[in-house]
Design a protein around this ligand. Structure first.
Ligand code: WT7
Length: 660
């Protein structure tokens, strides 16, 4: 609630700069309102018009939205197209073959430029290579790769032949990779020998080997390895294949596989309220339509922009706003292999200066850590760099606190660049609630208003609308083209998670709380209302971390909560009961370290608890329910002032104050 009040008191308002508005794709609030009105008066007509304008169809669709099997909505279903064709071939036909598609910068600073013609040829060669292995339309392919041109090539090549990719972030463990391979029933894994981040080499191929050795992955027929470093790898000839050898004799053209608009372009696993990650399945046409359109609406992308999204292709942001959105609109984009703090924390500003980036899209957690670094060392302060090429800034992944927003605005945007605070999710496919840089007056900390056609609202526990000013549950009232289509292998979970019967079964539940400003109607996201944490903009399920902890033979019971963290937004705090007596002192520190490493092995380093606290028990009600509310207060280091008379074991609270 404190959050809600802070944001409600925010009175600073930043209208779009006139020069920006003048050339913007959506210029002024009248233009925004006109699009909203068009969607409201003729929903099918609105989306049908946009799908015809934005996409190149092999066979046009005759019906826009099919709701007969709701909530399994179908969009443009009888239309045929190919996503890779829409991202590559169209630009060659439009005279943009020699336009730079990707400016790749390695961790060490080497720069490679790839034109649309070259990208097309790389994708076609690799697509032909995949076909030569018997990989075909409908097969699933897991991609476990570093940030690279080849990562995008792998995704686009799958799209070209109609294979459904599932990218697994390179920070996930062998076990997480194995679970995803099995759930997707993948036929191949595409990986690299190693990845390089912050001057360090990290193995990827050996983690793939480890994942396959865990068992149950007989579905995998081949592992394709991009040679990034030339580091040592174990190679099983015939089964393991080098990417460069696979493409060596392939033709530089590949006829695209024309697929239905609803064909699954990809599955992307994301954490939810229960132990197992959900395979969020996206479509082809509806997804690509929104990727392209939001590049134009939200990022106002223009032919000579140099666009840079710092996300990893392992997350949805890297799918929509690196692999597909920028290519669909024929943009020039920067792809960066490394990390923001190497060789120093001025790396982002240095790269913006050198590449003359015009649009920069990053996460609040990165901004906050770079604020700290700039305060500590004036040599890498943004004022030391020429950032005048910038014209637009973006933020994504978690709420951006007004202080960080103001710093971003002042020190990176020189009080000249609008900031688009884009609220969306893995499931939404693209931006949902966001300012339009040439139209929407900005308020720090608010993602402002839904995009045209997006019927976002705030409701109470029974699904009824709440008035502005009252915090509640964020929902979307009508289907939209880029929405998640199902959870892979689990349509029932799709229905119960996103369209729960308590809300009538027809409201999409985002999983976030939100409030609208009394006067402006602007949305502020107040955070997840389920058991999902947001650590550095990465989604982590508390249950998932708890199951990892209790899988350790030492652990009897575990409860995981989030606590606010200045840099990462939220930090993971685990309360653990061991099977043996409660450890103290050095022994407690030692076991805490073992458990952290264990979680890194079970899920990945991103899931490592920042704090572990040991108790002989957890605070429980008389019926045995863990009082997580109390654990959250303890995690924040605050005193418990509320009534704890319903607790079975109030004495336990003292034990749990000490962090390891
Ligand atoms: C959750 C989705 C969207 C791509 C990256 C994360 C939070 C995301 C914002 C924002 C406030 C935000 C929400 C959402 N979130 N963007 N601009 N303001 N909160 O994708 O892993 O699917 O996580 O991130 O809580 O539900 P994701």
């Amino acid at each position: 609630m404190a959050n809600i009040e802070t944001f409600a008191q925010e009175t600073r308002i930043f209208p779009p700069p006139a020069a920006f508005a003048k050339t913007a794709a959506i210029s002024g609030m009248d233009a925004y309102n006109a699009l909203c009105a068009e969607a409201n008066s003729d929903y099918d007509g609105f989306w049908g018009r946009l799908a015809r304008e934005q996409l190149t169809w092999h066979k046009p669709f005759t019906k826009v939205l099919d709701e007969t099997d709701a909530p399994f909505y179908k969009w443009f279903e009888d239309g045929l197209l190919n996503v890779s064709y829409n991202c590559l071939d169209v630009h060659l036909q439009n005279g943009n073959a020699d336009k730079v598609a990707i400016v790749f910068e390695s961790d060490g600073g080497d720069v490679v430029k790839v034109t649309y013609q070259q990208l097309y040829e790389k994708v076609c060669r690799f697509a032909n290579g995949l076909k030569s292995l018997g990989i075909k339309k409908g097969d699933r392919v897991v991609i476990y790769m570093p940030m690279s041109v080849e990562g995008v090539v792998a995704m686009q090549a799958c799209a070209r032949i109609g294979a459904t990719h599932s990218v697994v972030f390179g920070g996930f463990s062998a076990k997480s990779l194995q679970e995803r391979i099995i759930d997707a029933g993948a036929v191949a894994v595409i990986t690299s020998d190693e990845q390089v981040r912050g001057g360090k080499r990290l193995p990827l191929k050996s983690i793939v080997d480890e994942a396959l050795a865990l068992g149950g992955c007989d579905c995998i027929k081949n592992v394709i390895v991009y040679q990034r470093t030339g580091g040592n790898v174990t190679f099983n000839p015939g089964f393991d294949l080098w990417m460069h050898e696979l493409v060596a004799n392939q033709a530089a053209d590949c006829e695209p596989e024309w697929v239905s608009a609803e064909h699954p372009l990809f599955i992307l696993y994301t954490s939810g309220s229960t132990g197992t990650p959900k395979g969020v399945q996206h479509s082809s046409a509806g997804y690509l339509l929104w990727a392209a359109l939001t590049m134009k609406w939200t990022f106002d992308i223009k032919p000579d922009d140099v666009y840079w999204c710092t996300a990893d292709i392992g997350w949805i942001t890297g799918h929509t706003y690196i692999a597909y959105g920028p290519t669909a609109v024929g943009a020039t984009q920067i792809i960066f292999e490394g990390i923001p703090t190497f060789p120093n924390a001025g790396r982002f500003w240095d790269m913006i200066q050198r590449h003359k980036a015009t649009i920069f899209y990053t996460a609040p957690t990165a901004i906050r850590s770079l604020i700290k670094a700039a305060d500590a060392d004036e040599k890498i302060h943004p004022s030391q760099y020429d950032l005048t090429s910038l014209r637009l800034l973006g933020s994504v992944g978690e709420p951006i606190n007004p202080e960080a927003w103001m710093w971003y605005h002042k020190h990176i945007g020189a009080e000249r660049c609008p900031i688009v605070d884009t609220f969306w999710q893995t499931e939404t496919g693209g931006h949902m609630i966001t300012p339009l840089p040439g139209a929407t007056p900005l308020v720090p900390g608010s993602c402002t208003l839904p995009l045209p056609g997006i019927q976002a609202a705030i409701v109470d526990e029974t699904g009824h609308d709440l008035p502005n000013g009252q915090g509640g549950i964020l929902v979307v009232k009508r289907p939209w083209p880029a929405m998640v289509r199902t959870i892979w292998n689990n349509p029932e979970r799709f229905k119960s998670t996103y369209f729960p019967p308590e809300f009538g079964g027809n409201l999409y539940l985002a999983g976030d709380g939100a409030v609208r400003n009394k006067d402006t109607g602007y949305f502020t996201i107040t955070g997840r209302i389920d058991d999902v944490l947001n650590v550095s903009g990465h989604r982590m399920g508390t249950m998932e971390i708890e199951s990892a902890l209790v899988a350790n033979p030492m652990v009897a019971e575990a409860a995981v909560v989030g606590r606010p963290d200045d840099t990462t937004g939220e930090a993971i705090c685990a309360f653990v009961v061991l099977k043996r007596s409660r450890p103290t002192g050095d022994e407690a520190k030692q076991i805490a370290k073992e458990l952290r490493d264990w979680v890194a092995k079970e899920i990945g380093p991103i899931a490592k608890p920042k704090e572990i606290r040991f108790g002989d028990n957890l605070p429980k009600t008389r019926s045995g329910k863990i009082m997580r509310r109390l654990l959250r207060i303890l995690a924040k280091g605050e005193e418990i002032t509320q009534d704890i008379s319903t607790l079975e074991n109030p004495g336990i609270l003292d034990q749990l104050k000490e962090a390891q």
